[in-house]
Design a protein around this ligand. Sequence first.
Ligand code: ASP
Length: 191
Amino acid sequence: MEKTDHHLLVGHGATRFARLMGHPDHDPRTPERVTVWNQLKQELRCGKTGPDFRFWKRISKWQKAYGLFDTVGACAIDSRGRFAVATSTGGIWMKLPGRVGDSPIPGAGTCANRYGAISMTGHGEGVMRLCLGRHAVDLMKRLPCQAALDATAKYALKHGVECGIIGVDAKGRLGGAHSAKWMQLGMAAGR
Ligand code: ASP
């Protein structure tokens, strides 16, 4: 966003651009990830599971067993009332090459407007379908942050979407809510 006019680059073009900007190549595979990946492939072969919503639910058990939680989101407001938000994720397991989830999509997993800022984790296809990020920050126009996030998590649950969401509103009130079983969050205030 600083070096080009674009907001989003993916795939081959993104890799080329990253190299051009001087980022070194990096192989993100770890032995733990490869172990789970092989187990999941085995399940897929046996027809025990498939790359769909139910599959997303099944993998939670692997994530729990191996402590593999990858999404990190952050929202902040400064003393001048300016918002910043960022979401980093490895995506979901067994996704097709080229799949883009909700995390980098403004209005889905990452969103800020004049009322607030949010970052989300969860089943990206569901989050995008419901535009949950936009939904949450729009609610902050009339609700405090926590109430807006609770309402968003409830709305997600009603539509069967597992997610977790953190946020901050224009008054600097922080919040977190989830329709998934649990989510870790931290809050901090500075001067
Ligand atoms: N939301 C991410 C995705 O669907 C996954 C995650 O948050 O863990 O790609």
